[in-house]
Ligand binder design. Structure first.
Ligand SMILES: [Fe+2]
Length: 386
């Protein structure tokens, strides 16, 4: 059995941001709160969005204080704004962080409490304010997932919050908004999207629906990830990555992520590594650990990503997946933990805690090979030893 949850409306394609007024109208929103960040102001995206709304006589207000890798404190003022009761929808504009912030603001603004009250394994199915998500990276896929991740800064823990209540009612998937994303962020977010598709496909919660979305996502992402990193103006590649990222989001939201994400969140929380980058660091080692337990599934990933030929047998395709993931990190200039500037002593001092936090998130339990704490510690240490 599987349950599929999706946004009610998805507007897809270059320039589709102009359909925002129509989307608001269809959900009966007359006074939305725009949740975004300073970068969206600098890039002029917020101004563009506001002028589209003004042209249609729609009044809006802005909360632009969201931060990368959002924390409980960073969303608090947004929650207070919503508690004022003036708004009937939340428009999330930006990368994964503003969208994740907006999700928590939309739910907690209506129902109160602290972010700890909403953490996994609780299923948050009650609807906060309706969310219209407009991603500007490709991407976290947050525009079409039933998850949000907020860091509790008291414990330095990234809390996974899950449930239909966090699913946007609508998503506007306009790849033109991703053209100006810098190369580093393009690579990090692209690897995140690829990881979503792979993990959804090998997950113990995979189902025919999530499989179809994951395979479609990999076919779009595999041949285009390097292209967008090396030439951000390649519109066809940007469009493929944007759609691939959304499909990958749909895939994992209706299956799950697995060990890479489980182990990646604590690294991000302790060492302030961007989410896609900590995934990239872990992806080769975790795939090597898991490969034998789902050989056929990983081989299918390699073929869909075009890392292996359709005629390669499962052993060859699996090998090609491992080598290509290592090569990919190199060609996308993914730093090692040392190159990123992580403190090795500190890292080794917290590996056990990180492994325990990973396990508590539930994600490693969806992996084809479920690791022990000791096995996760070994994988973490491999990041330093190669
Ligand atoms: Fe992710």
């Amino acid at each position: 059995m599987s349950t599929v949850v999706l946004p009610r409306i998805m507007e897809i394609g270059g320039g589709s941001i102009v359909h925002l007024p129509r989307v608001l109208q269809s959900i009966g929103s007359k006074k939305p709160l725009i949740v975004t960040d300073k970068m969206m102001i600098q890039l002029g995206y917020l101004g563009k969005l506001q002028s589209i709304l003004q042209d249609h006589g729609i009044e809006s207000e802005v909360y632009a204080d969201t931060v990368p890798e959002p924390t409980a404190v960073s969303i608090q003022s947004g929650i207070e704004k919503v508690k004022g009761g003036l708004f009937d929808a939340v428009i999330a504009l930006g990368g994964g962080s503003p969208i994740d912030s907006a999700k928590a603001i939309a739910v907690m603004g209506k129902f109160g409490g602290t972010i700890n009250d909403y953490r996994f394994p609780r299923q948050v199915n009650k609807q906060g304010l309706p969310i219209i998500a407009i991603p500007t990276t490709a991407g976290t896929g947050s525009e079409c997932t039933r998850f949000t991740i907020i860091t509790d800064e008291k414990t330095d823990e990234k809390l996974l919050c899950a449930g239909a209540g966090f699913m946007p009612i609508a998503a506007i998937i306009d790849y033109e908004l991703t053209i100006s994303v810098p190369a580093r962020t393009t690579a990090d977010t692209g690897i995140d999207a690829m990881t979503h598709a792979i993990e959804a496909y090998v997950s113990r919660k995979a189902n025919p629906y999530s499989d179809s979305q994951a395979i479609a996502a990999m076919k779009l992402i595999g041949p285009n990830l390097r292209k967008v990193y090396h030439d951000g103006n390649n519109k066809a590649a940007r469009e493929a990555m944007m759609l691939g990222s959304t499909l990958a989001g749909i895939a994992f939201s209706n299956a799950s992520v697995a060990l890479v994400h489980g182990m990646s969140r604590p690294v991000g929380a302790f060492f302030h590594v961007p989410h896609g980058l900590s995934n990239a660091m872990l992806l080769p080692a975790v795939t090597r650990f898991s490969l034998e337990s789902a050989k056929t599934r990983y081989a299918e990933c390699a073929r869909a990503l075009t890392f292996a030929k359709l005629t390669d047998n499962d052993d060859t395709a699996g090998e090609k997946l491992l080598t290509t993931l290592v090569d990919l990190n190199e060609s996308l200039s993914v730093p090692t933990p040392a190159q990123f500037g992580m403190d090795k002593k500190h890292f080794f001092a917290v590996v056990e805690t990180m492994a325990k936090q990973a396990e508590a998130s539930g994600s490693p339990g969806n992996n084809p090979k479920i690791p022990t704490i000791a096995e996760m510690v070994t994988i973490y240490k491999q990041l330093w030893n190669g």
